[in-house]
Design a protein around this ligand. Sequence first.
Ligand code: PLP
Length: 370
Amino acid sequence: MSSDPASRAGAILEIDLGAIVANWRLLAQKAAPAACAAVVKANAYGLGAAPVARALQAAGCRLFFVATLDEGIGLRGALGPGPEIAVFNGPLPGTTAEFAPHWLVPVLNDPGQIESWKKQPGVPAILHVDTGMSRLGLTAREFATLATELPQSGIAWRAVISHLACADSPDHPLNERQRTRFAAAARHMSGVPAGLAASSGIFLGRPYHFDLVRPGAALYGVNPQPGHPNPLRQVVRLTGKILQIREIDRGESVGYGAAHVMETAGRVATVAVGYADGWLRSLSHRGCGYIAGKRIPLLGRVSMDLVTFDVSAVDPALAHPGALVELLGQHYGVDDAATDAGTIGYEILTALGARYHRIYRDPTATNDSA
Ligand SMILES: Cc1ncc(COP(=O)(O)O)c(C=O)c1O
């Protein structure tokens, strides 16, 4: 008889769907009367598009955004025919006919996508205008050329959107410039719901909300206002198993490159998580874990499947083979790991590995805080 998956896994990732729902409600309340969609691209930022979107659907979310057609088809299968699903990348050449059978709404990002969509009049689409990101969406010149014909193009415009480049820096002058440019574009699309703000944009205030907001990262607990207290709930808890404990003499090295040398004799725990699991190599020498609320520094380099921690100061009754080290959670959140790794919470989440045993905490189970 084989062991259960939690026993076999080197680490356990708990995803608190109740916290995601609570975060969506808080964002929706903040943006009201604008409608609040949910961005669940990249497998809901690594946390599982199907369970996350189902929980949000049950909480009342009616519009979901994914990045690709395949993500859209997968999500439609998970959600059934009810909610709207929009695809940020729009129809790539040769794929136009594949949206309608799955009731997917493309975001049209350039004149070519608009031209091909016009061939099926009355089918809904979202228009993306670029107001300062210089990434996707009609340029100002393209929009000026097409502005008068777009409302009469035969396309059933479901929304007009743009994306803020600097919303997490409230004082950045580009925010207001983008808002003004977007408001002008939205006026041309009279009667079409307008949406500019993602997570951080919601916190720029009412003038940025228009009719529709579309948060992603904040749903998953990433702080939308760096440098300020995070109003959102932590969503993930990651615990890794200790495989071995060893006593190491002063002057001995730990791990690849002999990159850490023990200044004093100590005890080191080897934990079954590595960069192949998304525990980024850039956390080498900088990250940490927690055992029973006590911080344990990460020693040396993160390797592919393993990471080492200094547990010299932890009661051996708590730090032993089989015991769990908290790698993400209330003490050390996604944003903390991102700071130590020199990246952003988005990357910590989307890197979370496939080898973790995943446990979804049910949003209706009130006592089940992970
Ligand atoms: C066009 C667009 N809208 C919304 C989002 C969601 O942004 P955030 O995760 O910052 O809320 C993204 C994410 O990258 C995006 O590309």
